[in-house]
Design a protein around this ligand. Structure first.
Ligand SMILES: C[S@@+](CC[C@H](N)C(=O)[O-])C[C@H]1O[C@@H](n2cnc3c(N)ncnc32)[C@H](O)[C@@H]1O
Length: 124
């Protein structure tokens, strides 16, 4: 391990956790498919799964995408929010993409456990 432990904060664009780790002496980086809100040069814009083996001592994925975890917006899968008006196909397609990504994150947990022998806890 380097002098300062290298930590990757996955799925973070705000920089909140990155800055908190930096303030505590970590060599902290964030990674998100979106640009960093604070335009930090300690942000990797890209797919987290492509950066797992970049030499980190610690990986934190605090809030992975949660689009498919609740039913509160389910009515918006229908035109005008009314089932009788028919399916809003673009939103069903969004949901399917989110579902596939969610499976990716389950795969991420398994990959970390395999590669690093890490103990992982996943909560929704
Ligand atoms: C619920 S938000 C979490 C936001 C985070 N708590 C923050 O403070 O920025 C989920 C984030 O995961 C990102 N994301 C989704 N799939 C990703 C992937 N494969 N690699 C990296 N980031 C991803 C999204 O762009 C989004 O910013």
């Amino acid at each position: 391990m380097a002098d300062r432990p290298r930590v990757l904060i996955g799925c973070e664009r705000s920089g909140v956790m990155r800055r908190a780790f930096l303030a505590r002496g970590f060599d902290a980086w964030s990674c998100d498919i979106e640009a960093a809100d604070d335009a930090s040069n300690r942000h990797i814009r890209g797919d987290l799964l492509a950066h797992l083996n970049d030499g980190w001592d610690l990986l934190c994925v605090m809030h992975p995408p949660c689009t498919i975890l609740c039913n509160s917006g389910v009515r918006w899968l229908y035109i005008g929010g009314r089932r009788a008006c028919g399916r809003h196909e673009a939103r069903w397609a969004d949901l399917e993409r989110a579902r596939l990504r969610s499976r990716t994150f389950e795969g991420l947990a398994a990959a970390c456990a395999d590669q690093w022998g890490a103990v992982l806890e996943m909560r929704a």
